[in-house]
Design a protein around this ligand. Structure first.
Ligand code: PLP
Length: 410
């Protein structure tokens, strides 16, 4: 149906001329990295945009998660959802912390506070919540658990840049929150991330840790890494920030068009956003469920195969759940016993293309495939003509395996 592949999200590049002007400025200044003007300005503008005291820019979201976990002194066991991108767990395990997977609520897709409670042991030091699809995690319930047990609480807010929870900017919850500014996210520095916090000491520790543990001219005051964001990346970020509202407006319009086009398809539900909150509409997520009142229809995998056959590269994010990926499935072979909602949700989810390449007409055609996935893509042979110019129907793309999923994530 489409001659060019439609991706879940193609990176925006913002105003090219504005970016190149900033690059010229950087080259002229000969200040390429190490807390330069661009990084400082980006941190200031992001903190203002979110309404938080501190924004500490880092080289990637994953580095930011690692530095945040260190700065909070997490150790032993930390409770995380399995229904997230692998980096949430990797950032902990990479530094010798055991991620303990807790189940989600099957409606919100976010950590279930009751499930978190059940995973607390004497070794637990913290909880990492995730605002999945940008929809806020149950921040108050998780904070209450953290307070009750003396645990640190932080959030992986990689999906939630610019979003709000009860009218307050995401970035203000827990001890700190971590953003990813990877090229595929709503707001991008190409590669990059940040820690947002209202805790002055925590921000100071994170700043030292991203720069070899150095503080001012005193040399190292703690162990650190090189997790700095370069001036060029910050310049890209400043430029993207200037067009963020347009990006969000396009995604919001796409979301509404999907809602119209899929509103009456039995067994297909578009994940809702709370209209009272600000959202970046970065992900268009549908759930494909059996409707007991309707005749049996195609399942998620059949719809996914049909979409791919038509060049619509929908993704079953975050199938099959981090607990089912290596090394965790070898380390915790029975984790799935306590993750029934994760497993159920993983089997019925699809993330659909959005962004500036997608418009209302495209969405109507994508919806038509979802409505009727058994209609084959028209090969030219079907339009008549001699056997010589017949184009064979390509076989359906192989379904992603657990092993390739990790590498194909972006
Ligand atoms: C993208 C993402 C990350 C990783 O961020 P990078 O900037 O790519 O390192 C972490 N957690 C979640 C939930 C993500 O979606």
């Amino acid at each position: 149906m489409f001659s060019h592949p439609l991706h879940v999200g193609r990176p925006g590049i913002g105003n090219r001329a504005a970016f190149l002007r900033r690059v010229e400025q950087i080259l002229d200044s000969r200040w390429l990295t190490n807390d330069g003007q661009m990084v400082r300005e980006l941190e200031r503008r992001i903190a203002q945009y979110i309404g938080v005291r501190h924004c500490v820019a880092l080289a990637s979201g994953t580095t930011a998660l690692e530095v945040a976990a260190r700065a909070l002194d997490l150790s032993g066991e930390v409770i995380v959802p399995s229904w997230t991108f692998a980096a949430t767990a990797h950032a902990l395990y990479w530094q010798g912390i055991t991620p303990v997977f807790a189940d989600i609520d099957s409606e919100t897709h976010n950590l279930s506070p009751q499930a978190v409670r059940r995973k607390i042991t004497p070794r637990t030091t913290g909880i990492v919540g995730v605002h999945l699809w940008g929809r806020p995690a149950p921040v108050d319930a998780l904070q209450a658990i953290a307070d009750e047990y003396g645990l640190k609480l932080m959030f992986d807010a990689a999906h939630a840049f610019g979003n709000t929870c009860k009218g307050r900017g995401i970035g203000n919850f827990g001890a700190c929150e971590v953003f990813s500014f990877h090229a595929t996210k709503a707001f991008s520095t190409i590669e990059g991330g940040a820690i947002a916090t209202n805790d002055d000491d925590l921000a100071e520790r994170a700043r030292s840790m991203r720069n070899f543990g150095f503080r001012n001219a005193d040399g190292a005051v703690c162990v650190g890494i090189n997790g700095k964001m370069s001036e060029i990346h910050a310049a890209f970020g400043l430029t993207s920030l200037e067009s963020l509202n347009e990006v969000i407006a396009v995604n919001q319009a796409n979301y509404r068009d999907y809602a119209d086009a899929l509103g009456n398809v039995p067994g297909v539900a578009l994940l809702p956003h709370d209209a009272r909150e600000r959202s970046n509409f970065q992900y268009v997520v549908i759930e494909i469920r059996e409707d007991p009142k309707a005749p049996p229809r195609a399942n998620r995998d059949e719809i996914l195969t049909a979409l791919h056959r038509h060049n619509v590269l929908a993704r079953p994010y975050f199938w099959p759940g981090v607990h089912a990926m290596r090394p965790y499935r070898d380390l915790f072979p029975h984790a799935d016993r306590d993750l029934p909602n994760t497993i159920e949700v993983a089997a019925r989810i699809l993330v659909l293309p959005t962004g500036a390449d997608i418009d209302r007409k495209t969405i109507a055609r994508i919806a038509a495939i979802i409505r009727n996935p058994h209609v084959r893509a028209p090969a030219r042979a079907h339009l008549g003509g001699s056997p010589e110019n017949r184009v064979p129907i390509p076989p359906p793309q192989p379904f992603r395996t657990k092993e390739t999923l990790l590498h194909e994530q972006y």
